[in-house]
Design a protein around this ligand. Sequence first.
Ligand code: DHB
Ligand code: FE
Length: 283
Amino acid sequence: MTATHHETATAAASGAGATARFKSDKAYGGGTPPERVDLLAREVLSAVHDTIRRHKVTYDEYNALKSWLISVGEDGEWPLFLDVWVEHVVEDVATEHREGNKGTIEGPYYVPDAPEQGSTGTIPMRDNEPGTPLTWTGQVRSTDGSPLGGAKVELWHADDEGFYSQFAPGIPEWNLRGTFTTDGEGRFEIHTVRPAPYQIPTDGACGKLIAAAGWHSWRPAHLHVKVSAPGHELLTAQLYFPGDAHNDDDIASAVKPELILDPKPAGDGETIAYDFVLDPERS
Ligand code: DHB
Ligand code: FE
C-alpha cells in the first residue's frame, strides 16, 4: 500500500519473472517447417545486412550491439523487448480477419488461472488498495449479436503505482488479477481500481536502449483482458483511458481507438461500460 516495498523493484526482478513465466507457460519447442524457418531467417538477416550497408555500420557499433544483445539475455528482458517492440505487428496479422472486437498485445505479465469471481464481483485487492474505484459493466456477445453466457473475462492490471503482482516484489500473489464469468445474458460487473501508467523497467537492457536512442519508456494506463467462450476465438485486448499523455505515443504501439474507454464520474470513483464481441471459430 505504500511506495516503500517497491523500492527493490528492478528490471532484473521483473525480467527474470517474465522469462520464467514464459518458459513455464508458453515455451514452444519447434514444429515450424524447415522451409519456413529458412525463409524467415534469411529475410530477417538480409534486412540486417541491408541496414549495415546502407548506414555503413562500424565495428564499434557492431560490438555495442553485440554487448547489448548479451545483456538483454542476462537481464531476462527478452520477453519485455519482444512484447514492446515486436508483438503488436504479430497481433495485427493474427487478428486481421476478425469482425468482432479489436484486440491488442498480451504483454509479458499475464498469469493464467486467476481466482474466479462470478459474474459480479470485486477483483482481489489489498485493504485500502490505492487508486480511483472503477465499476465496469459489460456484455459478451457473438458477432451475430447473441449473448454469450458462461464466457470468461480474465482481467489483470497494474496497481496505482504501475506495478504488477507476481512481477514486482511485495504485492499479494493475485492482487488485481481475477477471472469473471458472464451470467445467462452474457453480462458482467467488475469492481476494481484505475491502474497507473506503466513505465517499462529503466535499469536493464531495454532501458539502456531507450536512453541511448532518446526515446521515452511509458505505456498509457491500461486494463488487460482475455475474453473467451466455447466455439469462439480467444480475444486478448487492453483498454485505455481517454486523455492519457501516452495514448498517442505508447512505447509498445498497442493503443487502438476502439480500445479507449469513456469513463463517467460516479460517487468517489468512475463507471465504465464496455462490451466485447467475439468471432466464432473458423471451421
Ligand atoms: C510491457 C509491459 C506491459 O505492461 C505491457 O502491457 C506490455 C509490455 C513490457 O514491459 O514489455
Ligand atoms: Fe501491461
